[in-house]
Design a protein around this ligand. Structure first.
Ligand code: COS
Length: 379
């Protein structure tokens, strides 16, 4: 058992597992081909409360611990990584509100998630994915309002979110200390979804530009204080990255499940291929990597739960899981041979899905910067 859960957590896991198995896994296949956002699947998931798992009890949520949440996220990713991404990225948008929002902002965003809506975290810009301190989006003070202009890109839930957390430069002369974060409700005039990405994988998630044209918000829309946006974003990513690692673990676990099932039924040289040591050792290596990645995530989440520093561990959990999910997916394809390369079998999709985990929420090169700075200091 990868996660040690209490009885309540085990029941919840069984329910979510059944839902993902019956309502997500097979259904998402056709949407992987069409690239259409499967609203009916998400509507059912939101009705079950899968979008609001991270809402604390004080704001109306069920208040589960982070390790139980991770076990549920892994099931979602095992069924479909795009499905996982939609829900995890919605909660990525929610985290800065929990980190820096006032009570009113926290309740506002919580209510949207509890009612089946989504959040979006708008940090990345066309020229500044890895380097958010070079933020080009501006927020200019005008009386007791701010006026935002700019373009964000690769925003998960860009066209479907109920609220957006947007970083913008309130003082360009101050670099990262001149960036602020705003909580903006969907429907605010001037905020719209732009170009939708046609992606290699996670095709059941919605990824668009978010365009800001003279978006007027009250000064009270700011999260925290002016100039705190960069640090809020960094803290958000620290907290979110472990869950991205968990998503990668889900994809890797699915690869193992598919490879094992295949190796028990495929016969060559008069016996099932799973009886050959060559295959057994590949499966063993896939398991070593996947379980190690899972336990790194559990370690990072345990530190988080206990209020201990976890920035380095979160980066390791994300980076390692992202890297091994690609390796494990390649191994699964190899075990299935020609069928692994065929779109009729599920593992080629798993490779396409796995790749994103080395890229989003900070590339694995960025994670290595975070890790090396934690070890060596910044010099
Ligand atoms: N928590 C709190 N504060 C942090 C922090 C963290 N995890 N990381 C950095 N900071 C603070 C620093 O302490 C520093 O504050 P002071 O000047 O007061 O000391 C400030 O933020 C600037 O930090 P730093 O100089 O380290 O920033 P860099 O520009 O060198 O960037 C990295 C650091 C590379 C780690 C950062 O830009 C990053 O994470 N980039 C990737 C962004 C990303 O993940 N994008 C994906 C899209 S979001 S889905």
């Amino acid at each position: 058992m990868g996660y040690i859960l209490n009885d309540e957590g085990k029941d919840l896991l069984a329910t979510v597992k059944e839902f993902c198995e019956n309502e997500v896994k097979e259904q998402c296949k056709e949407y992987d081909v069409s690239g259409e956002w499967p609203k009916e699947i998400y509507d059912k998931a939101m009705e079950m409360g899968l979008g609001s798992l991270e809402v604390p009890e004080e704001y109306g949520g069920i208040g589960i611990d982070k390790i139980t949440a991770a076990a549920l996220y892994e099931e979602m990713a095992k069924a479909d990584a795009g499905f996982f991404t939609t829900i995890a990225a919605s909660n990525l948008g929610y985290k800065p509100v929990l980190i820096a929002g006032n009570e009113e902002q926290k309740q506002f965003a919580s209510d949207i998630l509890l009612e089946g809506g989504y959040g979006a975290f708008c940090l990345t810009e066309p020229m500044g994915g890895s380097d958010p301190s070079s933020c080009k989006t501006t927020a200019v003070k005008d009386g007791d309002e701010y006026v935002l202009n700019g373009r964000k890109c690769f925003i998960t839930n860009g066209a479907i979110a109920g609220f957006y957390v947007v970083t913008a430069a309130t003082d360009k002369t101050l670099g990262n200390k001149g960036i602020s974060a705003f909580l903006i409700p969907a429907g605010t005039p001037g905020l719209s979804a732009g170009n939708e990405e046609n992606k290699m994988g996670i095709r059941t998630s919605n990824t668009t530009d978010v365009v800001l044209e003279d978006v007027r918000v009250p000064a009270s829309a700011m999260l925290g204080k002016e100039g705190e946006g960069f640090k809020i974003a960094m803290k958000t990513l620290d907290m979110a990255r472990t869950f991205i690692g968990v998503g990668a673990v889900g994809v890797a676990q699915r690869c193992i499940d598919e490879a094992v099932a295949y190796s028990k039924q495929r016969v060559t040289f008069g016996q099932e291929i799973g009886k050959f040591q060559a295959i057994q050792f590949m499966i063993a290596d896939m398991e070593i990597k996947t379980e190690t990645a899972r336990q790194m995530a559990v370690h990072s989440l345990t530190l988080m739960e206990q209020g201990l520093p976890f920035s380095k561990e979160s980066a390791i959990a994300k980076c390692y899981a992202g890297d091994i999910s690609v390796e494990v997916a390649l191994d699964a394809i190899q075990i299935l041979g020609g069928y692994g390369y065929s779109r009729e079998y599920p593992v080629e999709k798993l490779l396409r899905d796995a790749k994103i985990f080395q890229i989003y929420e900070g590339t694995n090169q960025i994670q290595r910067i975070v890790i090396s700075r934690a070890v060596m200091g910044k010099f």
